[in-house]
Design a protein around this ligand. Sequence first.
Ligand SMILES: *Cc1c(COP(=O)(O)O)cnc(C)c1O
Length: 457
Amino acid sequence: MSDQIRFLLNDTDLPRAWYNINADSPVAPAPVLNPATKEPVTPDDLAVLFPMNIIEQEVATDRYIDIPEEVREIYKLWRPTPLMRARRLEKALGTPAHIYYKYEGVSPSGSHKSNSAVPQAYYNKIAGTRAMTTETGAGQWGTALAMACQFFEMDLEVYMVRVSYNQKPYRRNLIETYGARIFASPTNRTSVGRAALAQVPDNPGSLGLAISEAAEVAALSGGHKKYGLGSVLNHVLLHQTVIGEEALKQMDLAGEYPDVVIGCVGGGSNFSGIAFPFLRENLRNGQRTRLLAVEPAATPSMTRGVYAFDYGDSAQMAPIVKMYTLGHDFIPPSIHAGGLRYHGMSPILSGLYNAGLIEATAVRQLDVFEAAVQFTRTEGILPAPESAHAIRTAIDEALQAKETGEKKVILFNLSGHGHFDLSAYSSYLSGQLEDDALPEAEITAIPERLPQVSLPA
Ligand SMILES: *Cc1c(COP(=O)(O)O)cnc(C)c1O
């Protein structure tokens, strides 16, 4: 028992409900504004993109929302996921800290993204959607939704940022094997794409542009195609809470309770997924776990951005929300963690951070890869570059505990494996990976690039 490494749950322990932080959060949600009128959005505004059952979930206030049986049946292909004690890493660090990680890379698509892809496809299917559209940057979300749409017999069009499409041919092959159609964005299939190509013929694309293309196709489909987003939105964070609910039970099996819970943040979904059930225990049951979000120093929306209303995409077609942002037209340095390059942050998570209920830190790319390689060489799993941000911070916390002699209990989320990111590892190992500091001028210029909104009193 004392040297146990894996803490496993049975099928019957699979959570029956998602946890909705909105029921317990002391932060009132800010209004979401229509990008054209700058007035609060109506359900009808959103209905061109999402089915009504998902819109209802987006604004739900119930503490628990039942996971449909059809979704649980598919979750059982990889859930409950293992909780691991990183004993070999602890030993290599010489730390008295206990390091645990929840491993979401066991999902068929290789990351936590499937936890939301499956329910999104399910709710679309029962609402009568015939096909879905989406964007993908690094490729994890496109892969997860391709699998989910196949399971529910729906077509999917994936708009993949052109640089990633060219850099990661195997992601593209996997998405196609799941049965989806994939296009290098910008395409000539949409007016947004055609305009971008007219300006710059060999346009490398961006996440903002790919979102705009996928949304345009859904909006102009006459109602039979809907759009799915892999992070940021409330319902996506909700679906990810299965991670933290399982982890609570597994920490119990290990006979410990975390002093700190760590996750990387792109739009905020995997961190929220592991952290919100622990935040509930803080808010309702007197626990005092620190919840620590980790972002790249190259896209430091929480640690250096501003908390303000901004567009969700660069084309100014997505709703305006209140969040930590670097500005919708921020062009991130091309770091090798495609999933963390978003300019903004989930509005719920932003509100909690602003209220001091969660913490955030930023780490640099070279330090991240150093941690990733140390983890691979001790624990054997090659992490996604995104997930390695959480590993970096977990190691830093463990080294701090070594200084102070504290027997700290650390839990982090290993959001995915990095088997499709080997070219980034190759650059790191050959000494070609660059570090990335963001010039202060980029940060000071943010406020003047934000939309002007005047809110109803
Ligand atoms: C997409 C992705 C992320 C970042 O997105 P979040 O919504 O912040 O979780 C992190 N890790 C992996 C492996 C991803 O695929």
